[in-house]
Write a protein that binds this ligand. Structure first.
Ligand code: KG4
Ligand code: ZN
Length: 346
């Protein structure tokens, strides 16, 4: 089975072609970072228009790279939520209509399920069951994954997501948009010891997260600095280090707790913050200590991409999932509403 995947939930147009036996045949991505940079964040209307502009050329490019003709496709999977509604609608309407014109099924994919199963795109995929730490710009959650669509939520963020905390703190530090990777880069030049941020909600039981206090802590810390000081740049790097350290530590403490509580020692890390090097290294050490294994997608499949959508679409279509011919997109879509493939609307 050959499936075309379309991702347009936010500020990246991602297209990919996934083959059920041969794996990923091609993937292309257009990032809107430059488009939104002047505004300091994503402007939804600009995002929708840009997706519309790039979707068709990117689909042609992905087909050419995979050496596949349109009429060889067996299905089309598109991100139906959660995300920006206009952006979602651009991919959904094109995906549905293209599938209709080709007489093949189209499938709505949950963006977070795409992230969650992205490590399975790699050569050493995790077996079910596993614990997933999903850390993106919009969500932070720990889930026990028993199979496709069988997700038990163990904990989630009660306020800001981990990526959001990175972005907001980066903005406070004048690092622009998107700030997460810039803050992580600055942190590599910082040193431990000068500042210490709190590890929110780690001193009580439970697996929920709360990251909004870290950005306030960062603000207070930054207000205490003197921009005229000769070592101001070093102080900023040390703040970045301390902030990243606190986020990483908190995520590691909760993930370790999840492994202990479930007795599972396979951990998967997915979502944009999963690209963070220090998080990968620290989680890796923790999982090894438990005699387990850590799985994560390559960096380009941690952040938004079409490959993860084509992949989930293929798995669900193969399992016999069907959906009605409506064009659907949902700005909000709780992940625990997902069902295993055979149980969805026939
Ligand atoms: O998964 P993703 O591409 O989009 C959502 O579904 O939200 O995640 C984007 C988030 C942003 O908040 C970005 O700042 C963060 O992932 N991010 C990082 C790194 N790379 C991306 N955060 C920390 N360190 C990184 N290296
Ligand atoms: Zn995402």
């Amino acid at each position: 089975m050959i499936v075309l995947g379309i991702e347009t939930s936010c500020d990246e147009t991602g297209i990919a072609i996934y083959h059920s036996e041969r794996g990923l045949l091609s993937h292309v991505l257009h990032s809107q970072v430059a488009l939104h940079a002047d505004y300091g964040g994503v402007v939804p209307e600009l995002a929708s228009r840009d997706h519309i502009r790039y979707l068709s050329p990117l689909i042609r490019q992905a087909l050419a790279a995979a050496e596949i003709q349109q009429n060889q496709l067996d299905g089309i999977a598109y991100t139906a939520g959660p995300g920006l509604i206009g952006a979602l609608m651009s991919g959904a309407s094109l995906g549905r209509s293209l599938a209709w014109s080709l007489g093949i099924p189209a499938l709505e994919v949950h963006h977070m399920e795409g992230h969650l199963l992205a490590p399975m795109l790699e050569s050493n995929p995790p077996d079910f069951p596993f614990i997933a730490l999903l850390v993106s710009g919009g969500h932070t959650l720990l889930a026990q994954v028993e199979g496709i669509g069988r997700y038990e939520m163990l904990g989630q963020s009660l306020d800001d997501a981990a990526g959001e905390a990175f972005d907001k703190t980066a903005k406070l530090m004048g690092l622009g948009y998107p700030g997460g990777p810039a803050l992580a880069k600055l942190a590599t030049t910082g040193e431990a010891g000068r500042y210490r941020f709190p590890r929110p909600m780690t001193d009580r039981p439970g697996l929920d997260f709360s990251f909004s206090g870290l950005k306030t802590f960062a603000l207070t810390t930054l207000q205490g600095l003197n921009p005229a000081a000769s070592d101001y740049a070093r102080q900023l790097a040390d703040v970045a280090y301390a902030f990243e350290d606190a986020v990483v530590d908190t995520l590691v403490i909760k993930s370790e707790r999840a492994l202990r509580e479930t007795g599972c020692n396979r951990l998967v890390i997915a979502g944009g913050v999963g690209a963070n090097q220090r998080l990968r290294e620290t989680l890796g050490k923790m999982v090894t200590k438990h005699g387990g294994e850590l799985f994560y997608p390559r960096v380009e499949f941690c952040t938004d991409n079409g490959a993860m959508i084509a992949h989930v679409g293929c798995l669900r279509l193969l399992a016999g999932e069907h959906q009605p011919l409506t064009i659907a997109a949902r700005a909000r879509w709780p992940m625990d509403e997902l069902q295993p493939p055979m149980m969805t609307t026939a």
